[in-house]
Design a protein around this ligand. Structure first.
Ligand code: CMX
Length: 134
């Protein structure tokens, strides 16, 4: 498996309307895209820092993964996403190595990327995503 870089770091927030101005006015970053990912019941906002993106996540439903996360843990770091070459092979390799997969097959995520999640219980407590731009 070939991991090329950190594609994004995702932060769960209660409100994009509150957090976007903070990232722009306090950290001096520019939000270049806001996108709803209906399947994940989430609204996303993206910022670029070099090659890596910051993704802010606001739940559109309290029963969604991000809604439940905020209810349980509050706002904060939600997941880290690695860009990989050959996402299907990477998932097969993870399964062979005993890593618990949330997604056995890649699906479409924000920005049209193929994405798949690994369960935080088998990655030292960090929800981990693989991404590939096809
Ligand atoms: N990071 C670390 N641990 C997490 C976590 C996260 N983001 N979300 C949940 N957990 C922990 C829970 O705290 C819980 O731990 P304990 O049992 O020690 O309390 C454990 O994982 C299982 O949690 P759960 O409540 O039983 O299960 P959930 O129904 O909350 O599901 C998870 C957890 C990770 C399987 C689910 O959130 C998921 O499928 N995530 C992948 C999809 C996703 O996160 N989508 C949103 C982002 C989409 C995008 O970026 O486009």
């Amino acid at each position: 498996m070939k991991t090329t870089h950190i594609e994004h770091i995702a932060i769960a927030v209660k409100s994009l309307d509150e957090s976007i101005p903070f990232y722009e006015n306090v950290f001096g970053l520019k939000c270049y895209s806001i996108e709803e990912v209906k399947e994940q019941k989430v609204k996303t906002a993206f910022f670029k820092v070099g090659q890596t993106k910051i993704e802010l996540l606001e739940a559109t439903d309290p029963e969604s993964p991000v809604g439940k996360f905020i209810e349980k843990k509050g706002e904060g770091l939600h997941h880290i996403a690695f860009a990989v070459n050959g996402i299907e092979n990477a998932l097969n390799e993870m399964e062979t190595k005993g890593v618990r997969l949330i997604d056995k097959k890649p699906r479409k995520g924000a920005e049209g990327l193929d994405i798949a999640f690994l369960h935080p219980k088998s990655t030292f407590g960090v929800l981990t995503e693989f991404c590939e731009k096809k």
